[in-house]
Design a protein. Structure first.
Ligand code: UD1
Length: 340
């Protein structure tokens, strides 16, 4: 029988793409989301792509009793915990909301995973846990610096909660996945990022500018000590990222993980500057972007990109998409999304 995997944040950007990858690899995903930054109708798109209707619960994970109901109704083998608030700037303005939501929901899901004998727990972490690193590429052993935002701190604390909780038991195993900069959309053009609040991340800001939802966009700083003065990040295609979750799950379920908690960086190992990303968009789509140079954005770090050797060696993960693929798929999706 196909194994059931609870995907929290299942209607969100990375959650919905991971649901597709899980289905393609023989799992039965169950989605839960409170819809605070996504719409349940995104699962119709998932259904068009896979031919499968995913069972979905519109529940807030801070509600323990309601969440427990899902674990009672289904025999859950694995949990992939995406659900969280994720806007860096907003977290600076509303730190308590971020701590309450991101920590409380994690505690609920982790406690229930133990209680109902789930075997694998995959946690959405972020390269933000490294803080303002001195040099890149960063490995999983690179020491963490002070988090640059309350959002980043919720990820650091989340990782610690999982490690402490699982340290002295051997039933539930966890993987912490540290994402670099997820971007792009499903290659079908039927699914992509559909935030209900205005986009703040670079790639959706680019596509929204290109389609005319914004008159122009800003490049936050060209006075950094980088090859062209703009910040460097490691942009990873969302489908490559999604597949890493399936691999991490399979790794645990096949008994290959010895320690209670393991950590993997997920990036492509190459940094791109903001100006290079813009150029890649313009070259891929033949559309000229209207942008201006603006002051640095508070909380931004200068440069970070991944060493992902560990995910490659232990999980067999090989990201296959390039920045051009990210731009092409994001642009196809932006045009489709506008018509939905
Ligand atoms: C940050 C976090 C990441 C988190 C993500 C969630 C770090 C290192 N990364 O990503 O972990 O998951 O937020 O939102 O803390 N930019 C512009 N103009 C724009 C938008 C962005 O120039 O309109 C620039 C930014 O200054 C930055 C780069 O583009 O240099 C990427 O920004 P963004 O897409 O917002 O992601 P991060 O801030 O890197």
């Amino acid at each position: 029988m196909s194994k059931k995997v609870l995907v929290t944040g299942g209607t969100g950007y990375i959650g919905s793409h991971t649901i597709i990858d899980l289905i393609e690899n023989g799992f039965t995903p169950i989605s839960v989301d409170n819809g605070v930054n996504s719409m349940a109708s995104i699962l119709d798109q998932v259904s068009s792509i896979t031919g499968i209707t995913v069972e979905h619960y519109n529940i807030d994970l801070c509600d323990f009793a309601k969440t427990e109901q899902i674990f009672k109704e289904h025999e859950i083998t694995g949990v992939i915990h995406f659900a969280a608030l994720k806007a860096v700037g907003e977290s600076v303005e509303q730190p308590l909301r971020y701590f309450k939501n991101n920590i409380d929901s994690l505690l609920t899901v982790l406690e229930l995973s133990q209680k109902y004998q789930v075997k694998a727990f995959i946690f959405s972490s972020s390269c933000t846990v490294y803080g303002d690193v001195l040099s890149s590429p960063v490995t999983e052993e690179t020491p963490m610096q002070e988090a640059a935002s309350p959002y980043g701190r919720t990820k650091q604390i989340g990782e610690q909660i999982i490690s402490d909780t699982l340290a002295h038991q051997n039933k539930l195993k966890a993987v912490l996945l540290r994402y670099f900069n997820p971007a792009g959309a499903h290659t079908s053009g039927l699914l992509g990022e559909a935030p209900s609040t205005p986009a703040a991340n670079l790639v959706p800001v680019i596509t929204e500018t290109a389609i005319g939802k914004r008159e122009s966009m800003s490049i936050f700083g060209t006075d950094y000590d980088t090859r062209d003065g703009s910040c460097i990040r490691d942009y990873i295609h969302v489908m490559d990222l999604a597949h890493a979750h399936t691999l991490a799950l399979q790794h645990i379920l096949s008994g290959k993980q010895d320690q209670p908690v393991d950590i993997y960086n997920l990036g492509i190992g190459q940094g791109a500057t903001v100006l290079e990303v813009i150029k890649a968009f313009e070259e891929t789509t033949q559309i000229k972007l209207n942008y201006q140079i603006a002051p640095r954005r508070p909380g931004d770090i200068m440069a970070i990109f991944a060493n992902y050797d560990k995910a490659k060696e232990k999980l067999g993960w090989n990201p296959k998409y390039k920045i051009q693929d990210i731009m092409r798929t994001a642009w196809v999706w932006e045009q489709k999304r506008t018509k939905l």
